[in-house]
Design a protein around this ligand. Structure first.
Ligand SMILES: Nc1ncnc2c1ncn2[C@@H]1O[C@H](COP(=O)(O)OP(=O)(O)OP(=O)(O)O)[C@@H](O)[C@H]1O
Ligand SMILES: [Mg+2]
Length: 243
């Protein structure tokens, strides 16, 4: 059942309460509470297989079964379809390389623009400035770009939809350090402009700590620690994140 607009008192851009999710009969997320305020970068951390990607999929409407509360700008979205959520301003860059390998870079951007329309075109120059390599490689096939370049293209595509919340699942996975630096710079620049919050799933803790305002650590489908960036101490890391 789809509930009509329900407004909460929360000031947060995204609010999650008591979220439970599953793919089949076994519960993956066991009651998550999480808040993403406006203009905030939230790092989502945790060892492999604890449910980070499943949480992002739940936010985007891509999990088979969810229950609990998810609101975006006060609107209850947990029963809404993924395309509806995208139109509300949720931009998602999944784990791995979310581009069309057989289309050129230009065509990859055009696919996003065909959905985003005019506001997207206005962001195109900004995307070129953030990731100059995209502009340099417009006529190459997406599949021949390096992993890092493909990741930049994937983030660029998501930005063209003018999101209010950008969700990045391990953007630095398997990418060379120089491009990791460029992605980090882009996150800082985007954050500085205001009007955008980011959820960042990250295994590189230095990168996550430098980029985030708040963090959440998941373990076996539950939040085991949350705090401000400066509270992500060596002790916390040793307790919850060291393998
Ligand atoms: N399509 C699926 N069907 C059934 N179970 C799944 C599916 N995808 C993931 N899982 C299971 O859900 C649990 C959480 O997986 P998830 O991908 O959310 O973890 P993660 O924290 O993102 O891990 P990683 O750091 O390796 O990306 C794991 O036990 C995984 O095996
Ligand atoms: Mg994952």
């Amino acid at each position: 059942m789809i509930l009509e607009k329900e407004v909460t008192k929360s000031e947060a851009l995204l609010n999650i309460k008591g979220l439970k999710s599953s793919y089949d009969e076994s519960l993956i997320l066991r009651g998550i509470d999480m808040e993403v305020p406006k203009d905030t970068v939230v790092a989502l951390l945790g060892r492999n297989g604890v449910g980070k990607t499943s949480l992002l999929k739940s936010i985007m409407g891509l999990m088979p079964k969810t229950e609990g509360v998810i609101t975006f700008e006060g609107e209850l979205i947990i029963d809404r379809r993924a395309d509806y959520r995208a139109r509300l301003g949720l931009g998602y860059v999944p784990q791995g390389r979310d581009i069309f390998p057989n289309l050129t870079v230009k065509e990859n951007l055009e696919v996003s623009l065909s959905i985003a329309g005019k506001p997207g075109e206005e962001r195109l120059e900004e995307v070129y400035e953030l990731f100059p390599v995209i502009k340099e490689m417009l006529n190459r096939k997406g599949g021949v770009l390096s992993g890092g370049q493909q990741q930049q293209l994937a983030i660029g595509r998501a930005l063209l939809s003018n999101p209010k919340l950008l969700i990045l699942d391990e953007p630095t996975e398997g990418i060379q350090p120089s491009i990791i630096d460029q992605i980090e710079d882009a996150i800082h620049l985007l954050k500085g402009q205001g009007g955008l919050s980011i959820i960042l799933v990250e295994q590189y803790l230095d990168f996550a700590k430098a980029a985030c305002d708040d963090f959440y650590i998941l373990d076996r489908g539950s939040v085991v620690q949350t705090g401000k960036s400066e509270e992500l101490t060596t002790e916390v890391i040793t307790q919850h994140l060291t393998v």
